[in-house]
Write a protein of this length. Structure first.
Length: 249
């Protein structure tokens, strides 16, 4: 859409393209410098095209980064993290991923171990991180719920244990509470891209670091062997048992 306005003998044209407004001010009419004016107009139009192309690319990149509720594309990490042994999973329609656990910790800004809680016990919002990679030469859905964080049930306050689910193949004293995953960093390939019905897709060869943070606090920070990452969704399982994604030793 374009509109024009005149002020002080100068003519101003306003162009709106993809939500970006660019204003071009022309010279007043009645001057005998048509060749010079034409060259300047061509230069301005070329600049306009460059601005629109760059802005359009930035808009696409911004939209492609809507992962885990964030409005920014995941940043590129400087170096690959140390991981445990990688695990390959696939769906029945042939989409293949590689998973590798990185480690765990207490979420920044959450109550540290030993902090006060309603029942007088310590409280810690714990997270675990893993690496997910697209092994295909085509985009695949970015499934942030392919892996779940399981913890020892007795680490949960009594009031929260009813929210913790156990699955076949996981130790009987471990369960998975409600959690929120989101992409932390991009290690390789492009940023996530939008797909059908608003879903996010991983470009070919893309690798992301995903953080899973528990929604419920634990009584204390878990020690070694008291938490683990498991794949249990039926669409990825080759047997009835959940598969562990082991942390590095």
């Amino acid at each position: 859409m374009a509109s024009a306005a005149t002020s002080g003998g100068a003519r101003m044209r306003v162009h709106e393209t993809s939500g970006i407004q660019v204003t071009i001010r022309g010279r007043a009419s009645g001057r005998r410098d048509a060749p010079r004016r034409t060259g300047r107009r061509n230069g301005l139009l070329a600049g306009l095209v460059a601005v629109v192309v760059l802005a359009g690319g930035a808009l696409v990149a911004w939209k492609s980064g809507l992962v885990g509720g964030s409005a920014e594309a995941p940043t590129q990490a400087q170096a690959a993290p140390h991981t445990g042994p990688p695990v390959e999973i696939s769906t029945i329609d042939g989409q293949r991923y590689q998973l590798a656990a990185i480690g765990s910790g207490v979420s920044p800004g959450a109550a540290p171990t030993g902090g006060p809680s309603k029942d007088g016990e310590g409280a810690a919002y714990v997270y675990a991180e893993y690496l997910i990679s697209n092994l295909m030469n085509k985009p695949v859905p970015l499934d942030l719920y392919a892996v779940d964080l399981f913890i020892k049930r007795d680490l949960l306050p009594e009031r929260s244990r009813g929210l913790c689910m156990w699955h076949n193949g996981v130790p009987e004293d471990m369960c998975t509470p409600p959690a929120k995953p989101h992409v932390m960093f991009r290690l390789a390939g492009g940023a996530p891209v939008s797909g059908a019905q608003g879903g996010q897709y991983m470009p070919p060869g893309a690798s992301y670091v995903v953080r899973v943070t528990l929604d419920v606090p634990l009584r204390r920070d878990p020690g070694a062997g008291e938490l683990g990452l498991y794949v249990w969704k039926q669409m990825y399982m080759t047997s009835a048992l959940a598969q562990e994604v082991p942390f590095p030793r």
